[in-house]
Design a protein around this ligand. Sequence first.
Ligand code: CP
Ligand code: NVA
Length: 311
Amino acid sequence: MKDLLRVADLTGDDLTLLLRLATDVQNAPESAHDLLTHRIVAMYFAKPSTRTRLSTAAAVVRLGGTPVALGPDELQLRRGETIADTARVMGSYAAAIVIRTFADADVADLAAAAPVPVINALTDGHHPLQSVADLLTVQEHFGHLHGHRIAYLGDGGNVARSLMEAAALAGMDVAVATPPGYAPPDEAVAFATAEAEHGGGTVTLTHDPVEAVKNASVVYTDVWLSMGDPEDQRERRTKALAPYQVNEQLMLQARHDAVFMHCLPAHRGQEATADVIDGARSLAFRQAANRLPATQAVLYALLTERLVGRR
Ligand code: CP
Ligand code: NVA
């Protein structure tokens, strides 16, 4: 497997390996410090980023390489150079390409033409690096994944989709509560359902937030308006998603030892209240910290050809 474009590219064993490698990185952050000596990793970000951009840069440095971050105005893409030509050229200098952009099709085109690994650092459809860090965080907190239920509440966008797919691959129980019309795509639900059954877990789609959090060990949410969503949807989304806000009252419906998770950035008072985000049960900042070992593990695994993949 050359690229990581979405969680569904991974097998269950690949995901287990990534979590083990990420745990190894936590224990020995610089153990592969010469993997990228004298090499660069190209990081193309067409959307803003705090965590992904910095944790990826830090991971590249720990592997001995130099990250080179580029925005859309710094390349020739907007002046008519094709994605395929860009990929071929970038691949002749860089050991890997990390890309955050809008359309998944653009990332697929880049990966098809690039001779080096391409990593999706968030698209409109997926956020695989986030999910690896999320499961690492759950595993770190509870000791294991199997038998735990993750309840995701809110918009069924990129973070929800990748989380649902990853949790199902890990054989967890996952419940996704969204308003009608906001569920993850059918294709993602079908993948997760099949994988969960295979691994001994379950997938539940509901419109009822209380049903979703019953017996949940993890209550997870994301922003209501994502970076790819048009600003004129804000009002409609806020109205539809308000009943899915994670607050103390909702947390009381989950397991007594349930934790709160959020990929960040968070909007206090919208998708979650400040007391939950900043409370003792919140793992949000642990998740953010875990983006570094998770991304380091992904880079290491792809660069050393350790992932099998499905395609
Ligand atoms: N969670 C996440 O991807 O954060 P950034 O958008 O800051 O990278
Ligand atoms: N769903 C959000 C996640 C941000 C990390 C977005 O795409 O903007």
